[in-house]
Design a protein around this ligand. Sequence first.
Ligand code: HEM
Length: 100
Amino acid sequence: MDNFKLVTLEELKKHNKPDDLWIAIEGKVYNVTKFRNEHPGGEETLDEVGGLNATVQFNEVGHSQEAKQMLKKYYVGHLVSGEESAAQTAISYNDLNKMA
Ligand code: HEM
């Protein structure tokens, strides 16, 4: 967890191809590019949610504890919600205003 990273929705969305596939589950972003062809639920299932928040889909399946443990291996960083991104933008604008 040393390389803690914040991932915006905008960045997540870019990783939506089979050879560059990220998904978000419960606020955490995972790079499943290498896991894709090992997924017991199929490659296409992951492709469909590439670049998206797949929390609902992941939980609907009722994945096992084992599956949940596997997630750690693919962790990239935390997903920053739209509100937080907006807040960060607002902060930078405030800083700019202070400087002006
Ligand atoms: C990194 C993310 C994921 C991991 C590590 C993972 C892992 C697994 C594992 C180990 C299984 C075997 C059953 C079990 O142990 O629960 C499984 C089954 C399955 N997964 Fe995933 N999964 C991931 C994401 C997803 C997502 C996002 C979806 C849906 C969009 C999905 C859909 C399914 C389905 C439908 C099965 C059932 C396959 C069957 O029983 O024939 N998985 N997954």
